[in-house]
Write a protein that binds this ligand. Sequence first.
Ligand code: CP
Length: 313
Amino acid sequence: MTLSNLTDTPFKDFVSAEQVDEKSALALINRAEDFKAGQTVHFPEPIYAANLFFENSTRTHTSFEMAERKLGMTVIPFDPAHSSVSKGETLEDTIKTIGAIGVNIAVMRHSKDGYYKELMGAWPTTAIVNAGDGAGQHPSQMMLDLMTIHEEFGHFDGLNIGIVGDLSHSRVARSDMQMLHKLGATLHFAGPQQWYDPSFDRYGDFISVPDLVKQVDVLMLLRVQLERFNADNREAFSKESYHAKYGITDALAKTMKPNAIFMHPAPVNRDVELASDLVDGPRSRIFTQMQNGVFMRMAMLEAVINARHFGEE
Ligand code: CP
């Protein structure tokens, strides 16, 4: 699929795995690989972006900003702590406001599941790109994960992919399992039973961590999200007990298939989800994921720009 076909896909906003089919996923991966290989793009008219991060972020925020700048977009600073949301302004009025001021693309992260449903179309010339909603979706992480797997193996069909850890709190797990299942991968899940939701059964099976580790090509670890826990969960695990029971120790890593890789959306709790030396070891693609994130976010933003005809004379 060429870039021009991408303009036919419904990326007027980019908010969820549900929007992405196999064809558009592969087109976005190809385009991100073009950007990684050094291709550039020029838009004749200015395009303005604002990054509205109501939850903390290192990777996604800086990566979107890098992608915007590499595409030649103008980034309008937005600091949630000093915005009028703190005075009670609604998110919808915030989008209408930045839209009226001239922002074309609002990249947003917010703790409310599905926040974007009320904001798409709030201002007709402002697109919403979801940088993570509560425990809902994280489409740009999903797409950079697909790119990293594709770069390694060249296909998805028939790959065995394991996702381990805090599945029920994880927007990354939710987006990735939906998309990888669509692309023909065989999925396995593991971790604490209380962090598994039976609704995930449609995408894969729930097995023990040692059984999963020895059969997968891609081992995706999820961060233990202490900030989303209630007191009961916090008391259930210490870092040490989690690592011993559900983490990837050096001994467990030795049981992996010869070409299997580790992935993690990060930030990593070193020596909790994964032994610290494995984070930097030869099987790790964790920093490759971050590098790929810039190029994939360029491809996603370009798809939105093209779908909306921004930047045209
Ligand atoms: N992977 C991820 O979303 O990281 P940040 O929270 O740092 O953006």
